[in-house]
Unconditional design. Structure first.
Length: 265
């Protein structure tokens, strides 16, 4: 009799497979970097860093703090980048009290790429991110866009939702944040995701399609959308700023931080 896979384990395996598929999507990752990196500071917390696909682009920063709820992903990350003393990892949930203790490392920016949709209490996650940042800190997000595109792949990835500009603005403001920028991108992906969500009902995107998109679509689409942002897209990029009212972090919270790497200097 075939063993029934635990739902949490099934999602873990599915997410790991999705991350491994993106390792070779170098042009798409570079496109994300072009959109996100100029918004980030020198001391960056990446929430949901996984196996480190985006952290590879952050290794020139003064300090990088990789956060993920899965210790095994962090093990993979450290094995990929073993000789970077500025890289520190933490097995934490973004909605936990322990996460707020990261404030003691004085990060100036948080980044979460296709992560917020995995968190049921997204408002609390954003409030926690804001609480660890300096008053001038920023939070940079990429989230899946438009609920109409929600399909089997979203479900398998553990997405609670897809966002629009207004819906993300509402949750950001409820968390005490101000939206400085919010723009859609990947207009071609919008149609492809809709087709698979509504017509083919694919459970997983074939690696061949990801490779074709990365090689033949991303180069010209990223240049085109760099000149004129589209009114819709598969994804939504947002830059959030802290409001005037800061959120304090107690010494007790700082001492409760659970580390998985050597303390940063």
């Amino acid at each position: 009799m075939q063993a029934i896979l635990d739902p949490r384990q099934a999602q873990y395996e599915y997410l790991l497979h999705a991350q491994e598929q993106l390792v070779d999507a170098r042009r798409y990752l570079a496109w994300q970097g072009d959109l996100v990196l100029p918004e980030l500071g020198r001391r960056v917390v990446e929430i949901g860093c996984g196996i480190g696909n985006f952290i590879e682009l952050l290794l020139d920063r003064e300090a990088i703090f990789g956060v993920d709820r899965e210790p095994d992903y962090l093990d993979r990350l450290r094995s990929r980048f073993p000789h970077h003393p500025n890289l520190h990892t933490f097995a934490l949930e973004a909605v936990s009290e322990e996460f707020r203790a990261l404030a003691r490392f004085q990060p100036d920016s948080c980044v979460a790429l296709n992560v917020l949709e995995h968190i049921e209490n997204d408002q609390q996650a954003l409030a926690n991110m804001a609480s660890i940042l300096s008053p001038a800190g920023v939070i940079v997000l990429i989230v899946p866009a438009f609920p109409a595109l929600y399909g089997p792949v979203d479900r398998n990835l553990g997405h609670y939702r897809r966002y629009t500009r207004p819906s993300l603005t509402r949750v950001a403001e409820a968390a005490g944040l101000r939206v400085r920028k919010a723009s859609y991108f990947n207009s071609v992906g919008f149609f492809g995701w809709w087709f698979h969500a509504r017509v083919t009902r694919l459970e997983v995107h074939p690696h061949s399609q990801i490779a074709i998109f990365d090689r033949w679509i991303v180069p010209w689409l990223s240049r085109l959308e760099g000149h004129a942002a589209p009114p819709f897209g598969q994804s939504l990029l947002a830059v959030l700023e802290k409001s005037a009212v800061g959120q304090a972090v107690s010494v007790g919270q700082a001492s409760s931080l659970r580390r998985v790497s050597n303390p940063p200097h």
